[in-house]
Design a protein around this ligand. Structure first.
Ligand SMILES: *Cc1c(COP(=O)(O)O)cnc(C)c1O
Length: 374
């Protein structure tokens, strides 16, 4: 049923509701956690190995390391890329802050580049403009689940000998021209934070690389730089995935394809239904199907639109309100307002709509009607 009245509240659509999925899978996940508990497989271990192998086989990766967050593999990838003090690494200005953390943790300097406002992804022309003799790498983010333009970015990287880290935290299951994201650059990183497309019951992440040497470096760094028990070859970290996350993710991985299909169906419904004047809806270029971690639109009167949706009990979120170059943490880098215009404009005009897989068509239609009534 379609609803016309501009202020008629007939439904409550949360921005995200993790409880539906976790209620449905409760018995299965708790049984899996109990098996881990009974076997005391608490850190890495059989459940994590099973997850690494299943994730690799299902999604097309040659090798996968389970880790304790999506930020840790970005750090490890930055070390594997040889980033360090004096080096510059190009990072999009419009992303989650972790995309830059890995670079900063090594002492290298993130150099923020602009995005293409039609896809929200890194603009190869902006990357080109920021190259210097110190440029050592690029962190490419497949933002909101949409693969970035890898051919153009890799052409720059190859020409300049740059190391490419693909931040796939929002793009699990996405492919660029048929290749799984994370296998085009030198390494790929994932997050299993609970709100991600594949979320654990706590913190988690993963690392992959098409290059065995990069992968083995990451494996060493993940567990205290330890090649053999109590023999430490390099300064390492404790970035192990815990056993419970492997156990929970083993249950959830079986549902990922269906959840992704549902996210894509919701996105298609939004695209077909949204008719509000002046609204900006991102393109989905033919080179890569999005897995729609977010469905983010832009509107010149974003704040008023958001208030209108809140009155209609439609949950929204601002992802992201501030670009990386204007974050307080990066103030010492000296970027001013207006220096990265597309990223800034998107931050000022974007709003993300509900797109979790358990949304009903009626809820999606209610969001559409509410938007169109603005
Ligand atoms: C979530 C996310 C991360 C970090 O993941 P954590 O698991 O929270 O450490 C990194 N990059 C992007 C783009 C993300 O969305």
């Amino acid at each position: 049923m379609r609803h016309g009245g501009a202020e008629s509240v007939t439904m409550n659509v949360p921005f995200i509701d993790l409880s539906i999925q976790h209620k449905a899978l409760r018995e299965e996940i708790l049984a899996s956690l109990a098996a881990t508990y009974d076997a005391t497989r608490f850190c890495l271990g059989g459940d994590v190995e099973r997850f690494e192998n299943a994730f690799a086989a299902k999604l097309g990766y040659p090798r996968v390391l389970g880790m304790n967050s999506g930020t840790s593999p970005l750090h490890v990838g930055s070390i594997a890329g040889g980033f360090g003090p004096g080096d510059e690494v190009i990072v999009p200005a419009f992303t989650f802050i972790s995309s830059a953390w890995g670079v900063s943790y090594t002492g290298a300097t993130p150099v923020f580049a602009d995005i293409d406002p039609r896809t929200y992804n890194l603009d190869p022309k902006s990357v080109e403009a920021r190259l210097t003799p110190r440029t050592k790498g690029i962190v490419v983010v497949h933002l909101f689940g949409q693969p970035a333009p890898m051919d153009d970015l890799m052409a720059i990287a190859k020409r300049r000998g740059l190391f490419v880290v693909e931040d796939c935290a929002q793009a699990v299951g996405a492919r660029y021209k048929g290749t799984p994201v994370g296998l085009i650059g030198d390494c790929g990183t994932f997050s299993f934070y609970p709100t991600k497309n594949l979320g654990g019951c706590g913190e988690g992440g993963a690392f992959t690389s098409r290059e065995a040497t990069v992968f083995e470096k990451a494996r060493l760094l993940r567990v205290h730089g330890m090649a053999r028990r109590y023999f430490h070859d390099v300064v390492g970290y404790n970035y192990r995935m815990d056993g419970f996350q492997g156990a929970a993710l083993n249950v959830k991985l079986a549902h990922l394809a269906a959840w992704t299909a549902r996210r894509r169906a919701i996105a298609a419904r939004y695209r077909a239904g949204i008719r509000l004047a002046d609204v900006g809806v991102a393109d989905e270029p033919a080179y890569g199907e999005s897995v729609y971690h977010q469905f983010t639109i832009t509107h010149p009167r974003r704040d008023a639109l958001r208030e209108h949706l809140t009155r209609r009990q439609v949950g929204t979120d601002l992802i992201y309100p501030v670009p990386l170059h204007l974050q307080k943490a990066y103030a010492p880098l000296g970027y001013g307002k207006g220096s990265i215009p597309n990223a800034e404009r998107v931050c000022e005009t974007c709003v993300s709509l509900p797109i979790f897989p358990e949304l009903t068509d009626e809820q999606v239609d209610y969001v559409i009607d509410s938007l169109n009534a603005f």
